[in-house]
Design a protein. Sequence first.
Length: 130
Amino acid sequence: MSERYTDGMRMRRRVLGDAHVDRAEALRNGLDTPFQTLITEAAWGTVWASDALSLRERSMLTLAILAATGNFEEIPMHIRATLRTGASPRDVMEAFQHVAIYAGVPKANHAIKIAKATFAEMEAANHDDK
């Protein structure tokens, strides 16, 4: 594998956690291997691995873009990643307020609904671990 792939996998694990990446990798097959390589190198090994923005800032941007473009199915994964990126629930809500103004209230409203449910699941899981 390329150095960019290795860097991407390291960043992917740092942001999403080993358990998530291990589950995703277990589902990989010959059909989606080229796609998985692409996103590992481009998204994780290039964009996320850049030192131009902090992980917190990148997390907020990612969530805002996902909401603004209606890619709601990816939001819970990136909400869970905030535990590792340092983006707080307030940061997430601030990002979604930007979405409301610049991309539309319905998209932001739906993203907030998803975020609230995901934060609640995370809190419940945290209590179960204690």
